[in-house]
Ligand binder design. Structure first.
Ligand code: FES
Length: 149
């Protein structure tokens, strides 16, 4: 049976233990680096020969368009330059359209209408040694620099 002195001793030790655990948790959180792990900007878009001439393919996961033309390939960012909405390819209009405020772009990313201040950026595109189409989302290139094949 606990007497009054033992009870308060154990209560005090328990309180100290809880305070110590809280302090350790706080310092662990404080000393852990706040690192944001972002996915690689390099996208492997699969076999280059899978894209038919004239196709505009939206890769929703990486927010890029892969465009196949007779002479080669190019890729565009699918993020609207107005406020950053994801655009969509409208084959019936032969345009890329933004659902948010109505900006429209042609298949080369040039703005046709709407509030977007700039065209859709062209992205560095190449074919890997294995024959896969690769895109670097972090590397904007001047327009009309096609990957010729
Ligand atoms: S975000 Fe595309 S038009 Fe506004």
């Amino acid at each position: 049976m606990l007497d009054r002195r033992d009870f308060f001793t154990k209560l005090g030790l328990g309180s100290l233990g809880i305070a110590a655990a809280g302090t350790i948790a706080f310092y662990y959180q404080y000393l852990s680096p706040n690192v944001l792990f972002e996915p690689s900007p390099i996208v492997n878009a699969g076999r280059a020969e899978n894209y038919t001439v004239g196709s505009v393919t939206l890769d929703v996961n990486s927010a890029i368009y892969l465009v196949r033309i007779a002479d080669g390939y190019f890729s565009l960012s699918a993020i609207c330059t107005h406020l950053g909405c994801m655009t969509a390819w409208k084959p019936e209009l032969n345009q890329i359209a933004c659902p948010c405020h109505g900006s429209r772009f042609d298949r080369e990313g040039k703005k046709i209408e709407g509030p977007a201040p700039k065209p859709l950026p062209w992205l560095k595109t190449w074919i890997s040694d294995d024959g896969d189409l690769m895109v670097d989302r972090s590397a904007i290139i001047p327009p009309f620099q096609f990957l010729r094949v």
